[in-house]
Design a protein around this ligand. Structure first.
Ligand code: SF4
Length: 492
């Protein structure tokens, strides 16, 4: 990965006005640290560093790299009720007694409740394929947040459109070298981009940020991982070639993930869009393959990475593991299946196991490929194995990926008591928990379905070991799903 060129820091581009205050709730204090020696306790709030209000963890870290730092801490009294957590923090902090302590080239030892002290930056668009406007009601609040925050892009790799940036934001990205960033380009054709994304003039803070080409060029020192959400008949075909042609010409664009538009049955106030069929998916693969070959020759990277869905829809073989170049865009559905198949079935499968009936629940898109992958397990005597394509009863039948299956889908797709074990894809689970997108837990599902319900492994080898009852060394790693990043950020 290329790294961006560092520029000298410009505090004016980073700091809010003197009157602003964004109290940062302290979660923990490292034993033996400068903060602990100064008497800071969990529940205290950081108000300022060197007299400046601090907007987020990045600004905090940045100020600490300048050498001497004076931290002002507030100790709020009993909590009161306010409309938003930010109001709550601010009012508590402004009335609270404060004290200061200093560090010099030393980490003070503070951990904060949140990484953004001034709240999340919301998007200025209304994309035709907006996932928030396609969500059914009744999910966790965090799933309805229309975030578009370059700080989360830098910290966690979430995609941003750049249309809500201010001049100060752009300067800050450059000054603090916030590289890499993850950018939703969708198309390099400006008129078409506005037609797809429909940014609101009133919400755009600086008209210049809506020009994607000039933004990519202004951010030249910053590495950009980009994505194109393709809508058939809109930005595919020759428009896709135009976009790839432009992106390939920019030295700071590291790669382009190409993913198909996802539609649910819950679209509200959005324009009609089509979905991909086999022929159109094959056309996308033909066009992207030309660029992959060309860029491999010229730059040593395939540069363009179509998501798994295109290969499955077109009925074409997935690229080799090597062709995914380290799987940098797994979370975007690029290479998940190849990664899953990367660890093969264990050597020397047992001839027989104690009798058990196992259902492997997965999305309708992946079910045929999983069926083929687990075929050798059918020779194990005593094991009755079924790959079950679970229909998506929450988002609608057009939603075929495994990661968006919910507890409700499994309740509909599996009958109580019909198996001993149900394995669900780990990608259906909220990061680090056993909760699905609709907050149904595996324990709850297990009780209702009267069978053991567990997450299958992250690879075919792990899945086989769970099926065969050997979970030693199985890494039940949750966190590749679309909602995982938000959960990981602690916004749930
Ligand atoms: S950028 Fe587009 S897809 Fe993302 S939240 Fe905003 S409107 Fe929705």
């Amino acid at each position: 990965m290329r790294s961006g060129r560092a520029r000298s820091p410009t505090e004016a581009s980073v700091q809010p006005s003197k009157t602003d205050i964004f109290p940062a709730q302290i979660k923990s204090v490292e034993p033996g640290s400068a903060a602990e020696r100064a008497g800071v306790r969990p529940g205290d709030q950081l108000l300022r560093v060197n007299g400046h209000a601090v907007t987020d963890i990045l600004a905090y870290r940045h100020l600490l790299t300048q050498g001497r730092a004076e931290l002002q801490i507030a100790r709020p009294e009993a909590p009161a009720f306010f409309a938003t957590p930010q109001d709550h923090h601010t009012l508590r902090a402004t009335e609270a007694p404060t004290f200061t302590f200093e560090v010099e080239w030393e980490d003070p030892g503070l951990e904060f409740e949140e990484v953004l002290f001034d709240g999340i930056k919301k998007c200025a668009n209304k994309c035709d394929f907006c996932y928030v406007h396609q969500m059914p009601r009744g999910f966790r609040k965090s799933l309805y947040i229309m975030d578009d925050d370059y700080r989360l892009s830098f910290l966690y790799g979430s995609f941003v459109t750049l249309t809500n940036l201010t001049e100060a934001d752009v300067n800050r990205i450059l000054d603090e070298n916030l590289s890499p960033l993850y950018v939703s380009v969708h198309t390099a054709n400006q008129d078409l981009r506005q037609d797809l994304m429909k940014w609101w003039k009133l919400k755009v803070k600086d008209e210049r940020t809506t020009d994607i080409r000039s933004m990519i060029e202004r951010l030249e020192p910053i590495d950009l991982y980009t994505q194109v959400v393709l809508v058939p008949g809109r930005n595919d075909g020759e428009y896709l070639d135009e976009t790839l042609d432009y992106l390939a010409s920019r030295p700071n664009v590291v790669s382009v993930a190409v993913v198909p538009v996802g539609l649910t049955d819950h679209r509200t106030n959005l324009a009609h869009v089509d979905t991909f069929d086999r022929e159109r998916a094959a056309d996308v693969l033909r066009r992207t393959e030309r660029w992959r070959k060309k860029m491999l020759d010229e730059r040593g990277t395939r540069f363009v990475f179509p998501s798994d869905e295109f290969y499955l829809l077109a009925g074409e073989p997935l690229p080799s593991e090597e062709a995914y170049e380290g799987f940098p865009m797994l979370e975007n559905g690029v290479g998940m299946i190849r990664d899953f198949l990367g660890e093969d079935l264990p050597e020397g499968l047992p001839a027989r196991v104690s009798p058990r009936r196992v259902i492997l629940g997965t999305g309708t898109l992946f079910a045929p490929a999983l069926e083929r992958a687990v075929e050798p397990l059918r020779r194990v005597e005593g094991l009755e194995l079924e790959v079950r394509a679970i229909e998506n009863r929450t988002f609608g039948l057009n939603t075929t990926v495994a990661g968006l299956l919910t507890g409700r889908c499994f309740r509909h797709g599996v009958q109580p008591g019909e198996a001993d074990l149900l394995l669900v894809p780990p990608t259906t689970l909220r990061y680090g928990t056993e909760l699905m997108l609709d907050d149904v837990s595996l324990t709850e599902l297990s009780r209702e379905l009267r069978m053991d319900v567990r997450a299958g492994g992250a690879t075919l080898g792990e899945l086989a070991r769970v099926i065969l009852g050997d979970t030693v060394g199985v890494n039940l790693q949750f966190g590749y799903s679309a909602h995982a990043v938000k959960e990981q950020r602690g916004q749930a």
